[in-house]
Design a protein around this ligand. Structure first.
Ligand code: KG4
Ligand code: ZN
Length: 336
């Protein structure tokens, strides 16, 4: 059978990325140009600046991905591009580049949902993985529990009512004075802290509730820090970071465990940028071992934003004949 080559482009937030895959699961190249150092001095992603950098980076990054993969554009069977959700200006750059390439070459175009891409990162990390499975998706913009029934059918069991898990990490890191992105900083600072030092609240713990809420936790941490400052009592930053991180992890692990039992799923996959957190990985792995589930997670590179995961999703969409035309537009918010 002829090999199928996918070119994928991702530009939904602050990473410009392009990848080439063969037969959907083999990554030939995955080039990521990160803007983190640019946004760090502002304490978070500045959308206008992000779009401008995507414009500068997108063509060189696509060229590099083709070069690294040792394939020509003429070898490519279809082009997958993230069209949402994300920052609209950032998404527009990737979408315009993909449409331009498709129009110039006649290569078919596929619009990919960013969160589906995150879920599909696990197919790259684990060649043997097949649906159905339960996926815990935790990124900077989303937190959700999803049953992936087959490659095209998903059931969202619950998502966050307010902040996403990664967003909570980023906001707490910011008030504690750590640079963006906050998740890795909280993990680093918390490494020497006691996760049981402060009992921060865990919302929506009642049975059968698969929604998340992290705004109460965020307020509790802020109140703790403010009241310590007012009283002039010293703050043990390592304990605050470790206890905050533990509160998030406890909720994620508890709900994932319950959701797996309720839906009868025995395979659990972790997805999204927060899955780079070692404590979360360990806690989920331990829960899965205890409950007899099999645990899958992507490597850090495949967990945070990258085009390879978009390419994997695009490949399966091509098999389902889900192509799009040149009317494809960027959509900042779209449901799964
Ligand atoms: O999936 P992603 O790269 O981008 C979005 O689609 O949002 O996720 C980025 C998020 C950020 O909020 C970042 O702080 C968080 O993932 N993150 C982490 C860690 N590494 C990245 N959160 C906790 N611990 C980490 N080690
Ligand atoms: Zn993402």
């Amino acid at each position: 059978m002829k090999d199928i080559y996918t070119l994928a482009i991702e530009s939904s937030c602050d990473e410009t990325s392009a990848a080439v895959l063969v037969n959907g699961r083999q990554v030939l190249s995955n080039v990521i140009s990160s803007q983190v150092p640019i946004h760090q001095k502002f304490g978070g992603v500045v959308p206008e600046i992000a779009s401008r950098h995507h414009i500068e980076q997108v063509i060189p990054v696509v060229d590099q991905a083709l070069l690294d993969a040792k394939v020509n554009l003429t070898d490519i069977d279809h082009i997958g591009v993230t069209y949402g959700p994300g920052l609209v200006g950032s998404l527009l750059v990737g979408v315009a580049a993909a449409k331009g390439l498709s129009f110039a070459t006649g290569i078919p175009l596929i619009g990919v949902h960013h969160m589906e891409g995150h879920i599909f990162a696990n197919f790259l990390a684990h060649p043997e993985l097949e649906p159905p499975f339960l996926s815990l998706v935790v990124s900077g913009g989303h937190t959700m529990l999803v049953v992936v029934k087959d490659y095209e059918t998903y059931e969202v069991l619950g998502q966050t009512r307010d902040d996403a898990a990664g967003e909570a990490f980023d906001k707490i890191a910011r008030v504690m004075g750590y640079p963006y992105p906050g998740g890795p900083q909280i993990e680093k600072v918390g490494a020497t802290g006691n996760p049981k030092a402060i009992d921060f609240p865990k919302a929506l713990q009642e049975k059968g509730n698969f929604e998340f809420s992290f705004s109460g936790l965020k307020s509790a941490v802020l109140n703790y820090l403010n009241s310590a400052k007012q009283k002039g009592t010293p703050i043990n930053e390592a304990d605050v970071a470790a206890s905050f991180q533990q509160a998030i992890i406890d909720v994620l692990v508890h709900k994932t465990c319950e959701a797996a039992h309720e839906t009868g799923q025995t395979k659990i996959t972790l997805a999204g940028g927060v899955s780079a957190n070692k404590h979360l990985q360990e806690a989920l792995a331990a829960m899965c071992e205890q409950e007899g589930f099999t645990f899958y997670r992507p490597s850090s590179i495949l967990a945070t934003d990258n085009a390879a995961m978009i390419g994997c999703r695009a490949y399966y969409m091509s098999k389902a004949n889900k192509f799009t035309d040149l009317h494809l537009n960027a959509k900042p918010s779209i449901p799964l």
